[in-house]
Each structure stands twice: as C-alpha cells, then as structure tokens.
Design a protein around this ligand. Structure first.
Ligand SMILES: N[C@@H](CCC(=O)N[C@@H](CS)C(=O)NCC(=O)O)C(=O)O
Length: 230
C-alpha cells in the first residue's frame, strides 16, 4: 500500500496519474495546502520541504520499514523503478526520459508556476514578471513542439516524462498560452487526456478540493501575502 499525500495541483497529479496507470494499491491522504496542512508535524515527518506531493510506501522492495519520499520527479522515478513501468531499461531511452523529466522539474514547472503567479495572484500588476516568465514558458512550449514533431510522446513511448509535463501543459490557457500555436503539443495533450487512467486520476483528485477557494487565508499561507483590508 502506498499513501499519496495529495492536493489537486499539477504537481499533485503527477504521481496520482502514475498510480492510476499502474496496478499499485494506494490511498490518498489529502493535504489542504490552502489551510496550512503542509505545515502539520505529521506531514513534515514525511515531507520536510512542506510541499505536496509525497508518498509513503509501506511495501518497499528492500526492507520492511516504510519508505517516504517527496519531490514529484523523484516519486515518479521511484514508482517507475518499483513497477518496471513507464521508464525504459534501455540506457539511452531511460536517460532521455529522465532528461525530459528534469526539463519539466527545472523548467516547465517553476516557470509556469511563476507565470501563473504573476498573471493570477500577484497583489500588484508587475508587467516585467509577467513578460519574463511568460516569454520563458513560450520558449519551453516551442521546445516541446519540436520534440513532438515526429513522435507521439516526449521520448517515444508514453513515460514518466509525459506524466510530469501533462498536468502543467494542460492548463496553458490560465497563463494566456494558446495551445493552437503549438499544434503538436495540443495533439499530445488530447492524446493523454483520452487515457482512461488519466481521466480516473482527475475524477479521483478534483472532488478533494471541495469548496476550497483561493481566499485571503490561502494567499497568506501560500504567498505570504497579507489579507487586503476592505
Ligand atoms: N518541486 C516540487 C514542488 C512541489 C510544490 O510546489 N507543491 C505545491 C503545490 S503544486 C505546494 O505544496 N505548495 C504548498 C506551499 O507553497 O506551501 C515537486 O515537484 O514536488
């Protein structure tokens, strides 16, 4: 059994998609990051970095003691190695997949996160931030468009690199990126959206948010922004 510490955000969906794609038994432990659950001692004992996602594997292959991990990329590699799925054993393909996974972890995720922050959440309008991160995201989409020009997935077969990119790339409209400007990326999004396991992941994940909104308390917890006086 694997416990997945989860909130329905792009990083949260990466391991949830893997778990739905594989036959691994798992249960979700919701961590409401808009109410400060990420700072609770029982979560910090699993994920010192106070960020979701994290997992605890109660049946690791090496020993009886449970094994905890945070960082979505490391979780995906761990799950791929545990199951032998979605990460090739061929040396070149394996490392190309890890390369694109790192590209997501170091590029797409942080840059889209910052673009989203300046466009949706910054308490004041900062055109420089919007342009800097928006331009970088467009560059990354262009790179992805080239990589997908002659193949359906980032490194040939559907892999953990695709699982890492998909939950971010699919919300491009929120940061004013037109997917129609990147037709091969748009086809790739549509292809992955149709996967039954991906559909199940969002059916499982979305209801966990319930009525939770991005309110003053969430802004304070996530961005250190003081509530605005009315
Ligand atoms: N590099 C980390 C990023 C994790 C991350 O930023 N998680 C966000 C949700 S997408 C979070 O937990 N935020 C809580 C906070 O900022 O306090 C990963 O890929 O796992």
């Amino acid at each position: 059994m694997i416990d997945l510490y989860f909130w329905p955000t792009p990083n949260g969906y990466k391991p949830l998609i893997f778990l739905e794609e594989s036959a691994l038994a798992y249960q979700i432990k919701p961590v409401n990051i808009m109410r400060g659950d990420q700072f609770e001692p029982n979560f910090l004992a699993v994920a010192l970095n106070n960020r979701i996602p994290a997992i605890v594997d109660y049946a690791p292959t090496d020993a009886d003691q449970p094994f905890a991990l945070f960082e979505s990329g490391s979780i995906l590699i761990y799950l791929a190695e545990k199951t032998g799925q979605f990460l090739s054993s061929d040396l070149r393909n394996r490392h190309q997949t890890i390369q694109w996974l790192m590209w997501q972890m170091g590029g797409v995720g942080p840059m889209m996160g910052q673009a989203n922050h300046f466009i949706q959440y910054a308490p004041e309008d900062i055109p420089y931030g919007k342009k800097r991160y928006g331009d970088e995201v467009k560059r990354l989409f262009g790179v992805m468009e080239k990589q997908l020009s002659d193949q359906d997935y980032l490194t040939g077969n559907y892999s953990i690199a695709d699982m890492a990119c998909y939950p971010w790339i699919k919300f491009s409209d929120l940061i004013n990126i037109q997917l129609s400007d990147f037709p091969r990326v748009a086809e790739w999004v549509a292809r992955i959206t149709e996967r039954p396991a991906v559909k199940r992941a969002y059916e499982v994940g979305e209801p966990i948010k319930g009525e939770q909104q991005m309110d003053d308390e969430a802004r304070r917890l996530l961005f250190g922004v003081k509530p605005q006086k009315t």
